[in-house]
Design a protein around this ligand. Structure first.
Ligand code: TPP
Length: 364
């Protein structure tokens, strides 16, 4: 990678951390609606992995992937509006967390139920394959999410269908307060890939260059049409699950061990030793990060809160129900015979399910 690219990676790692630092301050000042879930310590994994993608690729991130979002083009202003639940945020003020996407940049919003985003990621990858695109999907999840059925179904399906998808497992040692040792009895979660015939690799997730190399190998495999690949990045969540969690369940020595491996400090030391990052570069990047974060906060604070009168918007169809209705009084109204109220035509894509629709529902 060129020095310019390496400095850009450093910038994104610092931007990710600075955005989260500022949010914590805003949270303590009572200006953030809801909780704050940070991923301090994950920056090498999230930024490093996303750096390996190209235009047109998609990400299906998890809740600790601000770094991926920023690298792939999510705007810091939009993220800050989301955290402050402003009316112009990606969820129009209806959610304050990283459950956001940006379809213009190929960012699929996460599903809060752990693991459930992964089958969706398979759907995106299947679409790319069917349309003969050369693009790929990167889907991520935590160690806890790998214990869900959806994770295993997704890996199996992706393998059988040879889907163009890289699964990134961000193993930060804990699923909330549950340590790895109480979650599974294997050393490396990448071993789970082998059970499905998928290549899997485990890497130091706090070493951005190691992440780049491992994800690079996975991406090459996937782009070569050989099906999915798994990369497990072992990392550490420096703060609690959310700011409401003091993470007292993490032994002090373990925390100190990981703090000494801080991904940003490590990368900065490497760049400095290799004469890639000068003192002037460092100051410039710091100033750039500060400007971007300040701009995002100012923009968000000047943005209006959602209008209470719009609370029901997007919860119900704008002009009457778009529900599928059965023909009232029919002997055996089935979905297959139902009408789409918007078109008045039979709703042909539904499966023939024998669910009876009550008469009053039928006419609504
Ligand atoms: C199916 C499901 N169970 C529980 C939760 C509540 N929850 C949200 S995040 C989280 C911890 C997830 O751990 P992990 O997948 O390891 O990711 P991490 O937060 O450590 O990055 C839990 C239990 C949820 N969102 N979905």
């Amino acid at each position: 990678m060129s020095p310019k690219t390496l400095l850009e990676i450093y910038y994104f790692m610092r931007l990710t951390r600075a955005m989260e630092d500022r949010t914590r301050t805003l949270f303590l000042q009572g200006r953030v609606v809801g909780g704050v879930y940070t991923a301090q310590g994950h920056e090498a994994t999230t930024v490093g992995a996303a750096t390996m993608l190209r235009d047109g690729d998609c990400i299906v991130p998890q809740h600790r992937d601000l770094g991926m979002h920023l690298v792939r083009g999510s705007s810091p202003r939009a993220v800050m509006c989301q955290w402050l639940a402003r009316g112009n945020s990606p969820t129009l003020g209806r959610d304050g967390q990283m459950h956001i996407g940006d379809m213009h940049h190929g960012i699929v919003p996460m599903i809060s139920m752990l693991g459930e985003s992964l089958p969706v990621a398979c759907g995106v990858a299947l679409t790319m394959k069917m349309r003969k695109r050369s693009t790929i999907v990167m889907a991520s999840c935590g160690d806890g999410a790998t214990n869900t059925g959806a994770f295993h179904e997704a890996l199996n399906f992706a393998s059988v269908q040879k889907l163009p998808i890289v699964f990134v497992i961000e193993n930060n040692g804990y699923a909330y307060s549950t340590p790895n040792s109480k979650q599974f009895a294997i050393q490396n979660l990448s071993d789970r890939a082998l059970a499905y015939g998928i290549p899997g690799e485990t890497v130091d997730g706090n070493d951005v260059l190691a992440v780049i190399e491992a994800v690079g190998r996975a991406v090459e495999h996937v782009r070569g049409g050989k099906g999915p690949a798994v990369v497990e990045c072992k990392t550490f969540r420096v703060r609690g699950h959310s700011e409401a969690d003091k993470a007292n369940y993490v032994p002090r020595e373990l925390r100190e061990e990981w703090l000494a491996k801080d991904p940003i400090k490590r990368f900065e030391a490497y760049l400095t030793t290799e004469n890639i990052l000068s003192e002037a570069d460092r100051a410039n990047i710091e100033a750039r990060v500060k400007d971007v974060v300040n701009d995002a906060v100012t923009f968000a604070e000047q943005s209006p809160a959602p209008d209470p009168a719009t609370v029901a918007d997007y919860a119900f169809a704008p002009d009457g129900p778009i529900a599928i209705v059965g023909e009232p009084g029919a002997e055996d109204p089935r979905y297959v015979n139902a009408l789409d109220t918007r078109t008045g035509k039979p709703f042909t894509t539904m499966a023939a399910t024998t669910i009876k629709l009550p008469e009053e529902v039928g006419r609504r």
